[in-house]
Design a protein around this ligand. Structure first.
Ligand SMILES: *Cc1c(COP(=O)(O)O)cnc(C)c1O
Length: 293
């Protein structure tokens, strides 16, 4: 494993063509077999540094979160106990674990159902317990995202890309914000959770200087977070067929939809950051099958 051996290896950077337009894809999905995507970047600080007093890591969020799975891998590598607070686990999922939920349990995750998950998780913070906020929205994420920014600078130089711009879809906005802070080129993103105003509020929680914020690409059409839409599935399928790259079914489908809407009016060469999340596709595909048999 590249990261577990603590030896940092750059993720691939690949040219691709989609609908006649040239894109570069930063393949953070290929960073490592188990610890990949932007969660690996955000949690790299915790992987890389020593925490001699810490015995367990606690977090909270949704029952199919990519962050939850990545934390289960981190905890395993660190020999920490991993406790995760969820508000509700559907019976179907309990009886048939699937996707991130299944693989996190296999890594030894201890699950607690709680109506007040954020509060309960944060109350456990102590000398021996590390608490990670939902989706890894915290300043420590800077550490790994700066390394991603440095890799991108090298990639852009090596491929001699004129007038590049970066695009990546946001959840908490942490990855897009810090990339925008560390890179000189333009960074664009879009919201997938809540609206554009909510995303901006999330940026403000981490950074006060608005001139450093990424630009938010919006669209009239609103998609509910993690809800199956046939048109998004079709886009996902087409992207896979044409580019040979499997993207995430929650963030990337909305991301590509918004990027394609705006790409013709943005000058320069787009670089799309693939932020992983492929393990989560297992449960999303099952939901698509139930909804659109
Ligand atoms: C978590 C995640 C995101 C959102 O990242 P933020 O830093 O919270 O904006 C986007 N794509 C994938 C695949 C993710 O797992």
């Amino acid at each position: 494993m590249a990261l577990s051996s603590m030896r940092y290896k750059n993720s691939p950077f690949e040219p691709r063509v989609y609908r006649g337009k040239e894109f570069y894809i930063k393949r953070d999905d290929l960073l490592d077999k188990d610890f990949s995507g932007n969660k690996a970047r955000k949690f790299y600080y915790f992987l890389k540094n020593d925490f001699p007093t810490i015995k367990r890591v606690v977090s909270y969020g949704s029952n199919q979160s990519n962050a939850m799975y990545s934390l289960s891998v981190l905890a395993k590598l660190k020999s920490w106990e991993f406790v995760y607070f969820c508000d509700h686990i559907p019976k179907l999922l309990k009886e048939n674990p699937i996707g991130n939920f299944k693989y996190a349990l296999l890594n030894g995750m201890k699950l607690i159902e709680s109506k007040d998950r954020a509060k309960e998780a944060n109350e456990l913070k102590s000398k021996t317990t590390l608490v990670i906020q939902e989706g890894g929205r915290q300043a420590e994420a800077k550490f790994g995202i700066e390394l991603l920014a440095n890799e991108l600078k090298q990639d852009i130089k090596k491929h001699n890309i004129k007038n590049p711009y970066i695009f990546l879809p946001s959840g908490t906005g942490t990855t897009a914000l810090y990339l925008s802070v560390f890179l000189d080129c333009r960074v664009f993103t879009c919201s997938t959770v809540g609206g554009d105003e909510y995303l901006k509020d999330q940026f403000l929680e981490l950074e006060k200087d608005e001139s450093l914020f990424p630009k938010i690409l919006s669209s009239k059409k609103k998609y509910h977070y993690a809800k199956p839409y046939l048109e998004l599935y079709e886009l996902w399928y087409e992207l896979k067929k044409e580019m040979g790259v499997e993207f995430d079914l929650i963030y990337d489908t909305v991301g590509w939809q918004k990027l394609l809407l705006h790409a013709n009016s943005i000058k320069g060469t787009p670089i799309y950051i693939h932020q992983g999340g492929i393990k989560g596709n297992e449960s999303m595909l099952a939901r698509y099958e139930r909804k659109f048999p």
